[in-house]
Structures are given as C-alpha cells and as structure tokens.
Design a protein around this ligand. Sequence first.
Ligand code: A3P
Length: 345
Amino acid sequence: MLFKQQVWLRQKLLVLGSLAVGSLLYLVARVGSLDRLQPICPIEGRFGARGQAEFPLRALQFKRGLLHEFRKGNVSKEQVRLHDLVQQLPKAIIIGVRKGGTRALLEMLNLHPAVVKASQEIHFFDNDENYAKGIEWYRKKMPFSYPQQITIEKSPAYFITEEVPERIYKMNSSIKLLIIVREPTTRAISDYTQVLEGKERKNKTYYKFEKLAIDPNTCEVNTKYKAVRTSIYTKHLERWLKYFPIEQFHIVDGDRLITEPLPELQLVEKFLNLPPRISQYNLYFNVTRGFYCLRFNVIFNKCLAGSKGRIHPEVDPSVVTKLRKFFHPFNQKFYQITGRTLNWP
Ligand code: A3P
C-alpha cells in the first residue's frame, strides 16, 4: 500500500515538474516573441546615455531584417506604418574587400540597435544592369528601419570595380565607407579557396594556387591573377580617393576581427558616430566553430555559415614568401595613406 502511494506521489511530482518546466519554457519563448513584435519604449530618446533606454523592435532586425519578417507575414503593413518604418538608402557601405571578413563585419555591426543591415549583397553600383534600374530600385532593396537608424549594406565587389566610386559619390558624396582588409597573401589564398570549392562542387578540377599566383615564364608574381590584384589594396583605394577624402573611409583590421572582434567594432561605432552599444556579451567564442559567434539575447545566438572560415589548402612556403615580399611595398603605401599600420609581414 505504502509502496503504491509512493509511486503515485512520484508520478504526480513528475507531472507537476514537467508542467512547471513547460510553462517556464513557454514564458521564455513568449517574452522573446513579444519583444520581437512590440515596441518597448517610445522612439524618442533612444540614443541617450548607455543603458538609459532600449531600442524598440530591436529583435525584429536580428535575423533577416524587418522587411523579411514583413514578407513572412509576422509584421503587418499597419505595424510598419504605425512605427514610421522606412526603407532608407545606406549611410555607410562596406565596400570590400572580398574575403576580408565583410559578412562577419556586417553581421556584427547589426548587433547595434541603431544599425539595420541589408542582408543580401545588392550589387547595385557594380552591376550595370542593376544600376540602370535607378536609385529607387536600390532603396526598395533596403530593409525597413526607423528614421533614426542607419542602414548598412555590403557588396565587396564595389572596392575593385572601376565605375563604383563615381556612382556612389553621385548618390551621396558624404557617405561613410568601410573597408575590411586582411593580410594580403592570406586574403588571396582565401579568395582562391572559395573559387576552388565552387569548382569542386561542380566536380571540376582546378589549378593549384601556386600555378595561378606565380607566372611560370618569369617565376614572378602573376599580377594578372585576380586574387593577387584584389590584394593590392592601395591601387584600388587610390581610385576611390579621386572622389572621397580619406576621412570618409575607415579601415577595419579583418585579422583582428577574427581574434578580437570587440575593439574593432568599437572603432567602427566611433567612426559611424554611434553610441557604444556592442559589448562582449554580444560576442562569444565558439570552440567547435573556431570563431566568434553572435549573441543577440538569451534566446538568439548565431554563428556565421560554414562557408565563412574555410580550411585553406597548404601553399608552398616559398610562394607565400614571394607573395609577401611582393605585397610589402604596396602595404607600406596603404598604411601611409590610411594612417592605419597593420602588422603584416
Ligand atoms: P576564410 O574562409 O578564409 O577563413 P567574407 O565574408 O568577406 O567573404 O570573408 C570571409 C572571412 O571572414 C573568412 O575567411 C573568415 O576567416 C572571416 N571571419 C571573420 N570573422 C569571422 C567569424 N566570426 N566567423 C566566421 N568567419 C569569420
């Protein structure tokens, strides 16, 4: 009898316990989704002192922007209209460099409540067909945001495309331009790795990096190879400087963004005149991934896709040395022009 009672009591406790845990989980999820859909304070005063006020609808931006939520039907037209949400042209653009860490930079900046990212690379200024569609087409590609927020887009091809500086200048001559760079040889190998992976996916063979980067006739660095040319940062920057003063550029150290993202992001916040809001809480190192990942709140974390942070093929050390020697004078010039010295060999 006593044994039966004990079993009954244990079962009851188990049911009650599950109910309590279930309710708690429901509440946590509910609070999360409410936070996503309801403004929690008026728009005014959102840029006050640190911790003074929260940014409304913050979490709505966290995945693919409000526009995405809107398209999915999670946000009504009425909500968009009520909250004065607008599609704004970017106030800042990450213009490059390809494989410099452009995606990581954009996603990390998007942690800031005053920043709204354009999730896709829009390729407006580097693609003639898109550019011909006009500035309204471009604006319509932007996510919804509050007028006080700033929209940022990234299209790394902008940095190396001839026509882009003039086109951006025509849109907004005082726009802020972000360039994220990595040690040029590593960047070139990363660039190669991306192309190689694309070939392998299509079951195609591809040349070894060494064969592309070094001209077999002269045994010198092959400057016709795009991955090499892209890494001559100073050459591209000089074209941009015909339109924009150097003060409108900010150089992000892509190698440091990998190992120590917060100080790099704080420099960008300053450059964009944003109050410092990104903190160490928002960035945590994921050992499995081998990279920093993003924490938006207790519920929502994310790491970048697997296509970011690929394993590079081994490259003949003599080729690496040759490339580093080749890039050295261009790097010196780059430091001199930008006023940012990086620890590249
Ligand atoms: P690798 O794949 O060579 O490692 P982009 O976004 O411009 O294509 O740059 C990709 C690079 O971003 C990756 O190059 C990776 O090293 C770097 N990166 C920087 N921070 C990262 C992060 N937190 N997670 C994943 N990749 C990151």
